[in-house]
Write a protein that binds this ligand. Structure first.
Ligand code: NAP
Length: 280
């Protein structure tokens, strides 16, 4: 029986470095952020093979080492430059080694890549599922075309599509992938929901105005707005228990229809940086 995708995941991008490991990284600080999220009730950790060249997965492994395995869920993403059948099998085994666990809760294709037969990722991940090494298969940055290939080639249901969705990125709405996911019952996990909140003046000013009127913070208004879309969950990186509490409180907020309408008007004018993936 497939478990339901939790509403919140801790995102771990920039833990351990950027693309490569940073020799000056504050490992203890990153581990503390992971532990704080878990103590705040976040049970799903979202990492990837190419975050800090694998070091991020190692830090996640260290942070969860003392916890009962079943108390925590781990999602990792297969490098999009390694999507042949053999590379996917090897990638999963390498991730398990770096994380120090015997199975992954979610094994996700990081993004489509036209240099590979996408079907091979699903053949390999379905085999990994049969071997008991992964519990669920997911995708990320998949537009309609790629998601159709995923659905056609996976015997197990696609457990999530991790997609960029924020006040300054409405691409999943304008390209039709949001509707396609809903139609095919593929849960959407919004990534980078908060990080670019101040990037555009008009959207930030509106978030501030609504925040003043509702006694929320602009970040909370943003979470409440994004959460008004059916079928959305989040992967986000918060460093403190206070920030997690604010996010959790925001998930309980229903904004006035007039506020939702104003936010949607500005949101629909914004294009994100990851649209190229959605065309593949
Ligand atoms: N699949 C993909 O291709 C892909 C691409 C990009 C990212 N991702 C995933 O998405 C995750 C999330 O994206 P992200 O880490 O770039 O950024 P994000 O989660 O959108 O934003 C993180 C920022 O939001 C702040 N924040 C969190 N809660 C807050 C609150 N209540 N009030 C004020 N500020 C708050 C954090 O500050 P504090 O640290 O001070 O709490 C941090 O500066 C990544 O970590 C990664 O796992 C996936």
């Amino acid at each position: 029986m497939q478990s339901q995708l939790p509403k919140l995941a801790l995102g771990t991008w920039l833990m351990g470095g950027t693309k490569d490991p940073d020799p000056n990284n504050d490992d203890a600080g990153d581990i503390k952020v992971i532990k704080t999220a878990i103590e705040s009730g976040v049970s799903l950790i979202d990492t990837a093979q190419n975050y800090a060249g694998g070091k991020c997965e190692e830090l996640v492994g260290q942070a969860i080492a003392d916890l009962p395995r079943e108390s925590i869920q781990i999602l990792t993403k297969q490098n999009r430059l390694k999507l042949s059948y053999d590379e996917v099998i090897e990638g999963c085994h390498d991730s398990l080694g770096r994380l120090g666990v015997e199975y992954l809760d979610y094994f996700v294709c990081h993004a489509p890549n036209p240099d590979f037969e996408l079907a091979d990722f699903f053949k390999a991940s379905n085999q990994l599922y049969k071997d008991g090494l992964i519990k669920q298969v997911g995708v990320s940055n998949f537009g309609v075309k790629s998601l159709q290939i995923a659905i056609d080639n996976s015997d197990i249901p696609i457990a999530l599509n991790q997609l960029s969705f924020s006040i300054n990125d409405s691409d999943i709405l304008t390209t039709g992938v949001y509707d396609f996911c809903l139609k095919h019952k593929v849960p959407i996990q919004a990534y980078r929901p908060l990080v670019n909140i101040k990037e555009e003046q008009d959207s930030y000013r509106l978030l501030q105005e609504i925040a003043m009127a509702t006694k929320l913070t602009p970040h909370q208004v943003l979470i409440a707005y994004l959460n008004s879309y059916e079928g959305i969950s989040f992967t986000t990186r918060a460093s403190t228990a206070e920030h997690w509490q604010q996010i959790k409180d925001a998930l309980e907020v229903t904004l006035e229809p007039s506020a939702l309408k104003e936010l949607k008007q500005v949101h629909m004018t914004k294009q994100g940086a990851f649209a190229h993936f959605l065309d593949m």
